[in-house]
Design a protein around this ligand. Structure first.
Ligand code: ADP
Ligand code: MG
Ligand code: ZN
Length: 502
C-alpha cells in the first residue's frame, strides 16, 4: 500500500488550477438492445436476455436500434450539439470476458453529436457553461461478479460469474471538453454538471438516469497546472463515480492528491483510478491505454447512420423546455424563494410535486407531503423519493382527503404509511384501518360525554366561564379516539354540553 500525501484543499488551490473532463455514460431506456432484439428489462435470470448477436456468435449480424439513434440525436440537440450528417460505428477491440464479441461497438472519430454546451447553475445562482466535446452511441458490457474473495474484486477471487443480459444495452457517452476556470469551485461545478445532465436526460424521457442503479455513470478526469501555465498537466481518470456526492468528493480528493505529488517534485502518471465510497479516496487502477491500443476501425457489419436533416429539425422543434428554464419558471409560478426551490431540488421532489399538482393537489400541499413525510421516509430507507412505492396520484388523493376534512395531518400520515406498506389506494387504507375523522355527532358525542365525566374538575372550570380549559377536554377526546376526532366539532360539542358559548 503506497501512502498518499494529500495537500490541504486550500493550499492546492493556492498553487494550482484544476482542469476537469467528465465522461458520462447513460443507459438508454429502450425496450430492446442497441444491435439486437433482446429485452433490456432489469432483474431477469442471468443470461436469459441474450442472442447470437449480443453473444458475438459467428455469423450473427447486428441491426441498429432506431429508437437508440433517435435518443442520441435528441440528447445531442438538447446539449446544443451539431448533429453529424453521416457517421459510422467503430469497433473498439479488447479482450475481456464481459464483452463476448471481443470488441465493443462504439463510435470513435465520427460521433453522432459534437460541439455543444450545457449551462449549469451553481448554488449561488451563477451560471457556468460546460463545453461538450461529443456525445456518441455505444453499447454496455456484460456484468462480471467475482466470487470467493473478500472484496468482490478480481484479486483474491476463486472464480467469476458472467451475466450478458446487460451486454448490448444502448449507451450514450457524453464527453466534456476540458473544463477550465472553475478554480476552487471545480468540485461544485462537476457535481452541478452531472446533476443538470441527469435532469436533462430525464426531461427527454430517454432514460431514468438513476445513478444508484448504474443507469448513469461518471468518469472523472482531473489534472492540475500551476497558475499562469497554459499547458495542461497529466490527467488521472477516476472510473465509475456513481453518485453526485461521489463526483464532488472524487474531484476534491484528486486535486489534493495531484497537488501532493506535484508539490513534492513527483510526476503524475496517466492512469485510471478506483473511487472508494467509504472514505472518498481513490487508488491506482491500470496504466491508461492509448486509443491505438484499441485498434479502432469502422464497423463493417453496420450501415452508416445518416440522419435526415428534416427529421433532425423535427426533433429539435419538439424538445421539451430545458430543465433550468423550467425550474426558474416553476419557482416564479409557485412564489418560492431560491432557497425553498433548492430544498425541493435537493430532495429530488420537483417532478413528483409537479405530477401531484397535475393530479389535482394544490402546490403548498403537494410540496408539504413530498418534502415532509415522504422525504423523511425516503431518507430513512436510503432511497430516492421517486423510488417510494407511492404515486403522485395517491399523494394528491391524500391531500384531497385532508382538504375535504376526512383526514387530519396525523391520520394522513397513517394513510401514507398504509399506501407505502402495500395496503392499497388511500381510500382503501382509510377504510381498512378505520382512519377517517370521527365527526358524526353520535360517536363523537359519546367520547365527549366520557371525557367530561372523567374530568369533573376541568368541566367545572369551563362551566364557570374558563373556556380555555376546554382544550384539555378536547385533548381527552382526541386521545380516546386515537387522534381521529374532528377537533373543532368536539370542542363545539363540549361547550354545548357544558352550557357555555364558544
Ligand atoms: P479517454 O477515452 O482516453 O478517456 P476521452 O477523450 O474520451 O479520452 O476523455 C477524456 C476527458 O478528459 C475529456 O472530457 C477531456 O476533455 C478531458 N481531458 C483531456 N485532457 C485533460 C487534462 N489534461 N486534464 C483534465 N482533463 C482532460
Ligand atoms: Mg475515458
Ligand atoms: Zn441479443
Amino acid at each position: 500500500m503506497t501512502v498518499i500525501d494529500l495537500v490541504s484543499y486550500e493550499d492546492a488551490l493556492a498553487s494550482f488550477d484544476p482542469v476537469m473532463g467528465l465522461e458520462v455514460h447513460v443507459e438508454l431506456g429502450t425496450a430492446t438492445k442497441m444491435f439486437c432484439g433482446c429485452s433490456t428489462a432489469l432483474g431477469a435470470e442471468p443470461n436469459s436476455q441474450t442472442c447470437p448477436v449480443c453473444l458475438g456468435l459467428p455469423g450473427a449480424l447486428p441491426v441498429v436500434n432506431a429508437t437508440g439513434v433517435e435518443s442520441a440525436v435528441r440528447i445531442g440537440l438538447a446539449l446544443h450539439c451539431e448533429i453529424a450528417r453521416w457517421c459510422r460505428f467503430a469497433r473498439k477491440n479488447y479482450f475481456y470476458p464481459d464483452m463476448p464479441k471481443n470488441f465493443q461497438t462504439s463510435q470513435y472519430d465520427e460521433p453522432i453529436a459534437f460541439n455543444g454546451h450545457l449551462d449549469v447553475q451553481l448554488e449561488d445562482g451563477e451560471v457556468f457553461r460546460v463545453e461538450i466535446e461529443r456525445a456518441h452511441m455505444e453499447e454496455d458490457t456484460g456484468k462480471s461478479t467475482h466470487v470467493g474473495g473478500a472484496t468482490g474484486r478480481i484479486h483474491g477471487a476463486s472464480h467469476s460469474l458472467l451475466d450478458y443480459n446487460r451486454a448490448g444495452i444502448p449507451l450514450i457517452e457524453i464527453v466534456t471538453k476540458p473544463i477550465v476556470g472553475a478554480g476552487e469551485r471545480a468540485p461544485e461545478v462537476a457535481r452541478a454538471y452531472v446533476a443538470e445532465l441527469r435532469e436533462l436526460i430525464r426531461s427527454l424521457g430517454v432514460s431514468e438516469a438513476r445513478m444508484e442503479m448504474g443507469q448513469m455513470r461518471c468518469d472523472v478526469n482531473l489534472s492540475l497546472r500551476p497558475h499562469g501555465r497554459e499547458k495542461f498537466g497529466t490527467r488521472s481518470e477516476t472510473k465509475n463515480v456513481n453518485s453526485l456526492r461521489s463526483v464532488e468528493r472524487a474531484v476534491r480528493f484528486e486535486i489534493q492528491r495531484h497537488a501532493g505529488v506535484l508539490s513534492s517534485g513527483g510526476t503524475i502518471v496517466q492512469e485510471t483510478r478506483h473511487f472508494h465510497e467509504e472514505d472518498g479516496s481513490t487508488t491506482s487502477g491500470r496504466v491508461k491505454e492509448e486509443a491505438e491500443d484499441y485498434r479502432y476501425f469502422p464497423e463493417p457489419d453496420l450501415v452508416p447512420v445518416a440522419p435526415d436533416p428534416a427529421w433532425v429539425e423535427e426533433l429539435r422543434a419538439s424538445l421539451p423546455e430545458p430543465p433550468r428554464v423550467r425550474r426558474n419558471r416553476l419557482r416564479e409560478e409557485w412564489g418560492l424563494t431560491a432557497h425553498e426551490m433548492q430544498s425541493v431540488l435537493n430532495a429530488g421532489a420537483l417532478d413528483p410535486i409537479v405530477a401531484t399538482i397535475g393530479a389535482g393537489a394544490d402546490q403548498a400541499a403537494a410540496r408539504k407531503w413530498w418534502l415532509g413525510e415522504l422525504a423523511r421516509r425516503a431518507n430513512e430507507q436510503g432511497v430516492d423519493l421517486i423510488a417510494l412505492p407511492i404515486t403522485p396520484v395517491q399523494v394528491a388523493r391524500v391531500a384531497e382527503l385532508v382538504a375535504e376534512g376526512t383526514l387530519n395531518d396525523k391520520l394522513a400520515r397513517q394513510v401514507i404509511e398504509g399506501v407505502l406498506a402495500g395496503e392499497g389506494e388511500p381510500d382503501e387504507v382509510v377504510a381498512g384501518r378505520g382512519l377517517a375523522i370521527v365527526s358524526d355527532d353520535g360517536a363523537l358525542g359519546t367520547a365527549v360525554d366520557e371525557a367530561i365525566a372523567a374530568n369533573p374538575a376541568i368541566a367545572d372550570k369551563v362551566r364557570g366561564g374558563k373556556v380555555a380549559a376546554a382544550g384539555a377536554l378536547v385533548g381527552a377526546v382526541m386521545k380516546a379516539t386515537r387522534g381521529q376526532a374532528d377537533a373543532a366539532r368536539a370542542r363545539e360539542l363540549i361547550l354545548e354540553r357544558l352550557g357555555v358559548q364558544g
